[in-house]
Design a protein around this ligand. Sequence first.
Ligand code: MLT
Length: 253
Amino acid sequence: MHIDIQFVPSPPPKPNFLSNRVAVVIDVLRATSTMVQAMAHGASEIIPVATVEEAFQMAKVFPRNSIILCGERESKKIQGFDFGNSPKEYVTERVKGKKIILTTTNGTKAFHLVSSGKEILVGSFFNIGAVAKRCLELDRDLLIFPSGDEGNFSLEDTVCGGMLIQLITEKGDNSFVLNDASQCAQILYQRFEGNVTEAFHLSHHGKELINRGFEEDLAYCARIDITDIVPEFKDGVIRVPLPPPPPQQPACR
Ligand code: MLT
């Protein structure tokens, strides 16, 4: 398994680059943390869209009581939307059975950049162990895709990507090839191992969230392995795939 991480978000270099690769999108502060939290609390699906206009258009397609319209600009809830992008808003009473239409500054766009991936997984600290396990099961070359900070490198997403690399290489007995970028992310993670909130506080977007009144979200998004769900983005929608059916038992005589 070749493991790569792309430090800044951009479209794949060639049209078929991702066609046999797994992509893991990471936006720990806060879009993919919100997605994992919402799916773990029973949301039926999430439709990530790039713009506020698209979100309003998409909302018209479905009965109003079946959807919730969510997201942020400059970290704040958008006017006319139901919720913002703080994962802690996404509790069972609000999201169970609902379709979520979500638009965020970086995270929701990142999914569309890697939409040609063979599988596209939603990664965060909340489900990092389960994502590592799923990557090992799939056993394909991997592209970790931090969603970045308005086109720039993001420290917190790269630390999370580095943790994913560490877990995959520790747990698996597959053979792994790390390039300079993935080695660099793993080394960066080791610097913050046991204290990822320190990376959040140093990061540009972490500081922005503090200034905008969302400091609590930093500690909230740093919780590791609180769920074992691994949502997947497919055909424009994020869902938790159903487990495969159990193997057929031979008929008793
Ligand atoms: C994003 O997608 O850029 C974010 O998650 C931003 C935020 O929640 O502040």
